[in-house]
Design a protein around this ligand. Sequence first.
Ligand code: SIN
Length: 357
Amino acid sequence: MNARLIRFAAWILAMASSVAAQPAPEPRLPNVTLLATGGTIAGTGTTSTTTVGYKAATLGVDALVAAVPELAKVARVTGEQVFQIASENMTPAHWLQLARRVSELLARDDVNGVVITHGTDTLEETAYFLDLVVKSPKPVVLVGAMRPSTSISADGPMNLYNAVALAASSDAAGRGVMVCLNDQINAARDVTKTDTATLDTFRAPELGLLGVMEAGHPIFYRASTRAHTSATEFDIGAVKELPKVGIVLAYAGSGRLAIDAMIAAGVKGIVHAGTGNGSLAIDAKAALVEARSKGIVVVRASRVPGGAVARNGEADDDALDFVVADNLSPQKARVLLSLALTRTVDTREIQRMFWRY
Ligand code: SIN
């Protein structure tokens, strides 16, 4: 072999080894649809230090996506503006519309997951509603922010990146609807907003988080044992309006005024956020007994943030024909009761649902 031939063979070998050393071509990224509904994550303030008194729900979905170019590394993101509201204005009609859109998207082969940007104030209610009605194992992730987009160290961009990475992860499938803020992944059923201002506000204080996001990847530590998504009996297909359910807060001297107002307003269900283990003051009990006699379903919950309400504990639920909320907060109990009432008014059945979901 002459010298030129040897050099050519060496060059071929060098090229072959350099090709082998290249990273494998990136696999096709998952498709994630971002449904924007408003909130602080889309909020703007007048200065970079404005963290109160800013305006929520001002930026559109395109601006949210454009602010985080890193999203393109984890998913192919398509954005839709579903609503543009602060979440205190979210209503059951919004939940129905949102759930239908999520279900339509997840039924498509070319959608791998959905992220919903949402105000933090009622995020947990929307998340639990979706957890109970969306019939798909594909990931659905709700995300928000505690600081507006214009603030120093705004938390929205990293939260959004993590939420999209979570929704794009095959490891996130089948875990129910999740809430992802502050690098933490929580279950829709268990999570609640615990602080009016801090970034670590979303917690499941008693049951714990599902997992964490680390460098754009979820690490899961536990799974919820309660039935969710495809395993629920709720079908909103034909539901035009959710049955009206109100929450009554018990406090020293609260009497029966609010319960009477609910009865007069024609509610189908009342969640009583009682003191302690869901206890009932004398006036409240009399009003709730009257409500039940008119066909209104009464659920005993507690205003205490932790613990379950024991059936036949502070009240004789069997005799009164009341339901207990297990460890659901009053606002989550209201979500479940309104869905339960789309199926039945049988209180034994409704109690079963409170222990299942
Ligand atoms: C809202 O819930 O829309 C305002 C508050 C927030 O998003 O943190």
